[in-house]
Design a protein around this ligand. Structure first.
Ligand code: SF4
Length: 316
């Protein structure tokens, strides 16, 4: 049976170590590398993926989800069904007019859904990463390039406390190897690796870390990720204000496509307070405050970003 190893690259430290492990242990001709571009990545991540290609001598195929068909269907649905559900005609017309694909996967996904993903409804991972990767792997099998695919994923248990407890409670993603079906198998060789292990593996290959790790980011992925914490939001607003501006534009576009004409990238961080802090600008303001969200913490606000803020001790 012919087998291909498909390694998912995110531009982060774990997928870099996974790529190196695959190169160390499998024949080169059996390896394929993919990068699922969400359209919400930092420019350093795009550069880093190209750097990985040249440094490791590999080719990384970029996959981008596409939602123009879903947006067209939603437009029809709005025009035909919303009025019967009691939605004012002006709101139907406004939302239908906003149903226009932009070509950016993350934004188009949110326009289609009429909302941003959230911790409880984290549809971004499935739509922007899992499904495109699975379709690509099925194509490899259907086109006769192989009989089976091992899908290599750089997931580590100690990546975060919440992930660790989720894994322990549910058993989900706790196994090194599992069958997905249709000839696809999941392989997670880094489950018990530490952050130190993955940086060391890259170092052995002379592979530099994504520069975002040297700029206070603890993980590399969407910029920002919907799961970003208070400190990370503040750090992004100080270092990469252009990404905050972009999210603000996205909030306008997604709000126009939603029934309530409202969309916030992050939820209201202070649900119990009388102030409505929805919207990226309000969330950035909140990220500058002390615990409790009322007093501005001037040390946090005016502390200049240092040249290197790596949480992984990569400064030297
Ligand atoms: S990195 Fe965050 S925002 Fe991006 S797809 Fe994953 S969960 Fe969603």
């Amino acid at each position: 049976m012919s087998l291909l190893h498909v390694v998912s690259i995110s531009g982060g430290k774990d997928s870099a170590a996974t790529a190196i492990l695959a190169l160390e242990t499998q024949p080169r001709e059996s390896l394929r590398f993919i990068f699922c571009d969400t359209g919400n990545e930092h420019e350093s991540t795009y550069d880093y993926v190209r750097y990985m290609e040249s440094h490791l001598g590999i080719q990384i195929t970029t996959l981008r989800a596409e939602f123009s068909r879903q947006i067209a269907n939603k437009r029809e649905y709005i025009l035909n069904k919303w009025p019967a559900k009691g939605v004012p005609q002006a709101d139907c017309d406004r939302a239908a007019a906003a149903m226009v694909p932009t070509g950016n996967p993350f934004l188009d996904l949110c326009i289609w859904k009429g909302r941003f993903p959230s911790r409880r409804a984290q549809f971004c991972t499935e739509q922007l990463k899992t499904l495109p990767a699975t379709e690509h792997q099925l194509d490899l099998i259907d086109s006769g390039q192989c009989d089976a695919v091992w899908s290599w994923q750089g997931i580590r248990m100690d990546e975060s406390y919440s992930r660790q407890s989720r894994m322990h409670i549910s058993g989900h993603m706790c196994r090194y190897f599992g069958e997905q079906g249709a000839g696809i198998y999941t392989y997670r060789p880094l489950l018990r690796w530490t952050a130190f292990d993955v940086f060391e593996a890259a170092d052995c290959y002379g592979l530099k870390p994504n520069p975002l790790y040297l700029q206070g980011m603890t993980r590399v992925g969407c910029m920002p990720c919907i799961n970003a914490g208070k400190d990370e939001i503040l750090e992004i607003s100080k270092r990469f204000p252009g990404h905050i501006d972009r999210v603000e534009m996205w909030e306008i576009a997604v709000a126009a496509s939603s029934k309530r004409q409202e969309a916030s990238f992050f939820p209201d961080p202070d649900r119990d307070a009388h102030l409505n802090k929805r919207g990226i600008r309000n969330v950035v303001q909140w990220s500058k405050t002390q615990r409790g969200g009322q007093l501005v913490d001037f040390i946090r606000v005016f502390d200049e970003p240092k040249a290197c803020e790596s949480a992984y001790g990569l400064c030297e």
